[in-house]
Design a protein around this ligand. Structure first.
Ligand code: FCB
Length: 471
């Protein structure tokens, strides 16, 4: 087996614009047992935002603020998955997926984010999990996919307050106690970078703050909350008859930074971007310290760390979830050099670069020696149109093929990657973009709630069937 990248391989700009493109129709095989699935999250699909005792989340509140969501929509109904989960699971069964990654809405099961549990909320997830198991699909849950109880935001400032870490750990333990007999995996957080940076520094996501020092304190509290939740769940997980337990981990989003040119300015900017994105979360988790260059760059905005915090954060993981969609192209010229976009750009304007996925997985394996990795999200928004009941999203098929190939190559190079989850099952609420951006394998008609499989759904289904046949 070829070895991992050599230690001295440059990280920031080693994929030059001359890197050969991935062969379009290549069929690199994934190893037998490699898991194929799809991902969603509660706030983006469930709807029923005030039903059966659910409390409001910061995203309910954010949608109500004029100008925050580009198409002025909200998540009251979304894909109505709360009522249509059973038919959506039928779609998953049709696709043939091994596992489904969804999230619990914290305010659905604990409306105030502390204190009383909402039994009707837990009953929904019982139905969801049991129906998945009956369909032969492994349920993998995320505890916090951004929809923090609004009550915690209002009363103590959400993740700005250290107490939120403890409330989060209590919620995590309760889910582990109640669902640990049935969940394949539990992730503490989804993409803490987005919560801290987009939510508290750039004001683009809920709760909509613009304060870098607050955002960095939030990032530290998210990591601390993760560490406390891991410990609380380890203690609370029930034993199963077969001796197995739910696997525990975290999902990080990585947008690897690439210097447009090998100038000192571009290389420095790429290094700082990498420090605040990839290393800011991986270093504490795997090494117990924040990266020194990022701390120095942040200066007075660096977070306050209490003695003992880093030990709480550095908890052993059973798996690492990696969400990767694109790269961060960094040019300090004025005007900046545009990203090459040899495989094009998605409808989000994100550059399509499948080879970055290979390179990044190999880098993570080399730099952090993580536990088994899963691609917990990867996908593209496409300007899909439904014509005569069909959606010809060939760009998405190319994206899927290119990225599955990229994962297979990373495995050949020695990275331990065990699964891939496409984002997303259905078109859904794409945060501040509202419903205007479509990532789904199934097209949503939001007026009628009709779901239609796109060409990419048919392609993924066949891919999964072929993969199954070689096991
Ligand atoms: C990720 C989010 C997910 C979805 C995709 C497109 O950052 O985790 O909810 O919005 O982007």
């Amino acid at each position: 087996m070829p070895s991992l990248l050599a230690k001295n391989e440059p990280q920031m700009n080693s994929l030059s614009t001359q890197t050969p493109a991935a062969p379009a129709g290549s069929t690199t095989a994934l190893p037998p047992g490699f898991e194929l699935g799809v991902s969603t999250s509660a706030a983006q699909i469930e709807g029923a935002s005030a039903l059966d005792g659910k409390g409001p989340s910061i995203w309910d509140a954010f949608c109500a603020r004029p100008g925050m969501i580009k198409d002025a929509t909200n998540i009251d109904v979304a894909c109505d998955h709360y009522h249509r989960y059973a038919e959506d699971i039928e779609r998953m069964r049709w696709l043939g997926i091994d596992a489904y990654r969804f999230s619990f809405a914290w305010p659905r099961v604990q409306p105030l984010g502390q204190g009383a549990w909402n039994e009707a909320g837990f009953a929904f997830y019982d139905r969801l999990v049991d129906t998945l198991l009956e369909a032969g699909i492994r349920p993998n849950a995320t505890l916090h996919h951004w929809d923090l109880p609004q009550a915690l935001q209002q009363s103590i400032g959400g993740w700005q307050a250290r107490e939120t870490c403890e409330h989060f750990a209590e919620y995590a333990a309760e889910v582990a106690r109640r669902f640990g007999d049935r969940l394949g995996a539990i992730s503490t957080l989804n993409e803490p970078w987005c919560v801290a940076t987009l939510g508290y520094e750039r004001g683009q996501f809920a709760p909509g703050l613009r304060d870098r020092a607050a955002a960095m304190q939030v990032s530290h509290h998210l990591l601390l909350g993760h560490g406390l939740a891991m410990q609380a769940m380890r203690a609370a997980l029930p034993a199963r008859a077969d001796g197995t337990k739910s696997q525990l981990g975290i999902v990080l989003n990585h947008t690897p930074a690439f210097a447009a040119e090998p100038t000192p300015e571009d290389l420095h900017a790429a290094r700082i971007a990498d420090g605040l994105d990839v290393r800011w979360y991986c270093d504490p988790i795997f090494r117990g310290a924040y990266p020194a260059d990022a701390i120095e760059h942040l200066a007075v905005d660096a977070p306050r760390i209490t003695a003992g915090d880093m030990a709480h954060i550095r908890q052993p993981l059973d798996f690492l979830g990696v969400n990767l969609y694109t790269r961060h192209w960094i040019s300090t010229r004025n005007p900046p050099l545009p990203a090459p976009g040899r495989h094009g750009f998605s409808d989000m304007g994100w550059e399509i670069v499948p080879e970055v996925l290979t390179q990044h997985l190999v880098r993570l394996a080399r730099d952090y020696m993580p536990p088994p990795m899963f691609i917990t999200e990867n996908g593209m928004a496409n300007a899909d149109v439904l014509v005569d009941g069909e959606v010809h999203d060939t760009a998405r098929v190319d994206y899927l093929r290119g990225h599955l190939d990229a994962v297979a190559r990373a495995i050949e190079l020695g990275a331990d990657v065990r699964g891939y989850y496409y984002w997303s099952l259905l078109d859904n609420f794409e945060w501040d973009s509202g419903y205007a951006k479509r990532f789904g394998l199934f097209h949503m008609d939001y007026a009628t709630q009709v779901r239609t499989p796109k060409a990419s759904a048919h392609w993924y289904r066949e891919f999964i069937a072929r993969h199954r046949a070689q096991r």
